[in-house]
Design a protein around this ligand. Sequence first.
Ligand code: SAM
Length: 276
Amino acid sequence: MTDLPPVLPPLRDVIARHGLQASKALGQNFLFDGQLLARIAAVPGDLADAEVLEVGPGPGGLTRALLAAGARVTAIERDRRCIPALAELGDAYPDRLRVIEGDALAIDAPTLLQGAPHIVSNLPYNVGTALTVGWLSAEWRPWWRSCTLMFQREVADRIVAAPGTGAYGRLAVLAQWRSTARIAMPVHRSAFTPPPKVMSAVVHLVPTEAPAGVRLATLERLTAAAFGQRRKMLRQSLKGVTGADAAMDAVGIDPTRRAETVSVDEFVALARVLDG
Ligand code: SAM
């Protein structure tokens, strides 16, 4: 026999009772639609007894969906006002929710969790981007199993962008050299309270084997130079990168091409020659 899910008060009541008016400074745009939240929680796949790290649970809408999906959640929330509301949720799901008050940018998340967690988060986009870049830049294989992250649509498009598109740049190369990145679902601005100015999308990242023999620092130096002058030919934009001409020659990349046309694999191949 399976346990019935706990009956929880409506999120809007929780917000009113705990005085959780959305704070602009903390980038708070809350989600209330239970069906949408359940769809987001389903993006990582089956969460029964899975470890999940949630960053920025706020009043706990997404946390509810994760717990209902059977996850064990560790949540990091910066806004002290939300902690009592989250504690109530923890009471409804004994031993399944651990809440840590603090700034996720300053917390060493891997030390909090045993085993590789799924990361699921609806964060302010600047915090989300900084964390994601950190998670993708750390030692590989990573300590996390997958990332399901809300971004403003424009940032989501830059993460999953293919070569030859205007959105393709450093973020796409960084995300895609070590993970498979896709947009799991668009999210309309009206789904949030208060609604942000722009549309959002949930991005799903699954780590892959990192290409061998390449240092992230080299790849970053290359992409910074190449996309720093994205309209220029590579022979011009890569002038400041020692060995770039010989590397393009070795890999068979025409130096009259522009950064936008260079695939992730080609950037990796260039970096490998530079590192060789
Ligand atoms: N997850 C909730 C939802 O979907 O309704 C809230 C989302 S709201 C966009 C972002 C949440 O992240 C807020 O609760 C905010 O306080 C929290 N937050 C912002 N910056 C943070 C940081 N650096 N570390 C941890 N939490 C943060």
